[in-house]
Write a protein that binds this ligand. Structure first.
Ligand code: DHB
Ligand code: FE
Length: 279
């Protein structure tokens, strides 16, 4: 059967993608950040998943303000790279897994999670930057990717608790797929950051450290953090962290921390990264 073997939490700041695409990773500003992802890349090469379920948010690229699904699952064969205003990132197109995605949709909807089916979608930095950070710059991505887009751009975003529960349902859905597959679930965005308004540039390392600690120790506590607390304590865009709880829910009751990295700044974001293996 298919199994969720591990979870990856990582920020997805667009400037990280631009630094790679423009050959700036060795510059003093960027070098500490990319050094921090080297052990993670080695772990990923060794782990070699068959499928990644990428929990991310679209930043008004695939969806504009006409239609904003709360939970959207990408069921296409291919996901082209979005042009976010400076041309599509020069990375390979993302290959999906329509058969498994259809199974996930069926299992999740019968499990009473009302997913939106997306048969055509471009993917933005929210999805491509985490791929770059963990897989580097290959000619083709080494595994299939099923995008799961969560609305965190227009109020109201789903609660962390709902995301955690959806993650648990994804674990059940994956385990009811007969093919032997190693699945890694990503939760992306965060950590503390605010990119607009009078508090632009806000970060909160204390909040972020407690969040990273409790992903393995006490995810139930994290799942009870109300939306307003993310905004108040860690900045408006820290609400992206609910997507890390979706990843955590998919790992089952016990998860062991394998690697962590934390760095400020990347653009205006606190960059956090964690690898958890399901136990
Ligand atoms: C920025 C954008 C993001 O989507 C994000 O998650 C972090 C930072 C930015 O524009 O700097
Ligand atoms: Fe973002």
């Amino acid at each position: 059967m298919a199994r969720v073997i591990a979870g990856v939490g990582t920020s997805h700041t667009p400037a990280i993608g631009a630094a790679v695409d423009n050959g700036k990773t060795d510059q003093p500003y960027w070098q500490p950040l990319f050094r921090g992802y080297e052990p993670a890349k080695q772990w990923m090469a060794k782990t070699a998943p068959d499928v990644v379920i990428m929990v991310y948010n679209d930043h008004v690229n695939a969806f504009d303000f006409k239609v904003i699904p709360t939970f959207a699952l990408g069921c296409a064969q291919d996901f082209p790279i979005a042009d976010e205003g400076w041309g599509p990132r020069p990375v390979p197109a993302v290959k999906g897994y329509p058969e498994l995605a259809a199974h996930l949709i069926q299992s999740l909807v019968l499990d009473e999670f009302d997913m939106t089916i997306v048969n055509e979608m471009q993917v933005d930095h929210g999805l491509t930057v985490p791929l770059t950070l963990l897989f580097g710059s290959p000619q083709q991505w080494p595994c299939r990717v099923i995008p799961l887009a969560v609305n965190v751009v227009q109020y109201p975003a789903p609660t962390g608790r709902r995301c955690y529960q959806l993650g648990q349902a994804i674990r059940r859905a994956v385990q009811s797929w007969a093919e032997d597959l190693k699945v890694v679930v990503f939760g992306t965005g965060g950590m503390s950051h605010q990119i607009q308004g009078p508090r632009a540039g806000l970060t909160n390392p204390v909040f972020d450290k407690a969040f990273l600690d409790d992903l393995s120790r006490d995810p139930e506590r994290l799942s009870r953090i109300p939306p307003i607390e993310y905004l108040r304590e860690a900045g408006a865009e820290a609400i992206e962290l609910v997507m890390w709880l979706l990843m955590r829910g998919a790992l089952g009751p016990k998860a062991e921390e394998i690697y962590r990295f934390y760095h400020i700044p990347a653009s205006s974001t606190a960059v956090g990264h964690i690898i958890l293996e399901s136990r």
